[in-house]
Design a protein around this ligand. Structure first.
Ligand SMILES: [Zn+2]
Length: 138
């Protein structure tokens, strides 16, 4: 019965757990993305120099998901997916800050994190209208 088997820490089907732990496909954390969404950083990320190592030469980037896409079409397609919309929802709540933890710890009054409106970044060619393209989010 005994053997050199590795103790399983998760079930084979628990991909959502595995993805959280594995670092291979790790992208930015929400607070880092929040930093990217500030105007100065956003324009820098949306207009990157051509980079051969990145998918699509680094020219098609989704700010909210911190992902590169190979073409404008792939990027637009991504805007319509659940992953992206879920991410927009997650980013609506302001990231956790030191000030917030101090307020929660009794320094000053606790203010709930603000909700804000998150919108898909504009796409350069001007034909993309997220409101019109919004088909299937229930
Ligand atoms: Zn996205």
């Amino acid at each position: 019965m005994a053997g050199p088997q590795k103790k399983k820490r998760y079930h084979k089907g628990d991909t959502h757990l595995r993805k959280k732990w594995k670092t291979k496909r790790r992208t930015k954390d929400l607070d880092q993305i929040d930093e990217d969404l500030k105007e100065k950083n956003a324009s820098k990320l949306l207009h990157q120099e051509i980079d051969d190592d990145k998918p699509g030469l680094g020219q098609h980037y989704c700010l909210h998901c911190a992902r590169y896409f190979i073409s404008v079409d792939a990027l637009k397609g991504h805007f319509r997916t659940k992953v992206h919309k879920r991410r927009l929802k997650a980013l609506e709540i302001e990231p956790y800050t030191v000030e917030e933890s101090e307020r929660a710890g009794g320094l000053g009054t606790y203010i709930h994190p603000k909700k804000r409106k998150m919108e898909t970044q504009p796409v350069d060619d001007g034909t993309f209208d997220p409101d019109k393209e919004d088909v299937d989010m229930k």
